[in-house]
Design a protein around this ligand. Structure first.
Ligand code: SF4
Length: 186
């Protein structure tokens, strides 16, 4: 059932004109992944490659994410990946509050349909948007409970592109995430 409803959301996102980001996008980028995933990954917004292909985390940052997931024994096919806003902001600027507000229904629906055990928030701007947090350098690896959901905070994979030590940080965080998930499941 959730698969059909997720497909409906995908279709709605792909033609959505609820905010001005629809004017500058090439493609809207709906979430993608396993509809019964225990883990959901959320970034702030699509980038250039994602805008071109209409899929989340397909550029170099997406490759880094896949590397970190693999390191932790997580198959990318088994998780669900999405963003706070589904269209790329011009020049990758931070999405405006009004844009996030216009788009939030899609994310809320994705969460309520998939019901992940843990939501992994990637990067400072998504951390701020979803949990009101800041200073991801200090706070990555933390667990936050909010509105009945369990969140895990980590750095944005894009931060690891030119920084090998941050890639190690992301990899370690993914291992911690798996441990936390296994702990919940007992
Ligand atoms: S960012 Fe969200 S609300 Fe704005 S046009 Fe894209 S899908 Fe619609």
């Amino acid at each position: 059932m959730s698969l059909i409803q997720l497909e409906k959301i995908r279709r709605r996102v792909s033609i959505c004109t609820k905010c001005d980001l629809c004017k500058s996008r090439t493609n809207a980028v709906p979430g993608k992944g396993y509809h019964k995933s225990e883990l959901m990954f959320i970034g702030e917004a699509p980038g250039r490659s994602e805008d071109k292909q209409g899929e989340p985390f397909v550029g170099i940052a997406g490759k880094k994410l896949s590397i970190a997931l693999e390191y932790a024994g997580i198959s990318r096919d088994k998780v669900y990946i999405t963003n706070v806003v589904k269209c790329r902001p011009p020049k990758n600027r931070i999405p405006k509050e009004s844009e996030k507000k216009a788009c939030e229904h899609y994310l809320k629906t994705e969460i309520s349909l998939i019901k992940p055990k843990i939501i992994c928030v990637m990067g400072n701007t998504a951390y701020h948007s979803l949990l009101g947090g800041s200073n991801i350098t200090k706070n990555h690896g933390k667990i936050v409970k909010k509105n009945g959901n369990l969140y895990f905070v980590t750095i944005h994979p894009a931060a690891t592109i030119y920084n090998q030590s941050l890639l190690q940080t992301l990899k370690k965080d993914m291992k911690t995430l798996v441990k936390t998930l296994n702990g919940i499941k007992g």
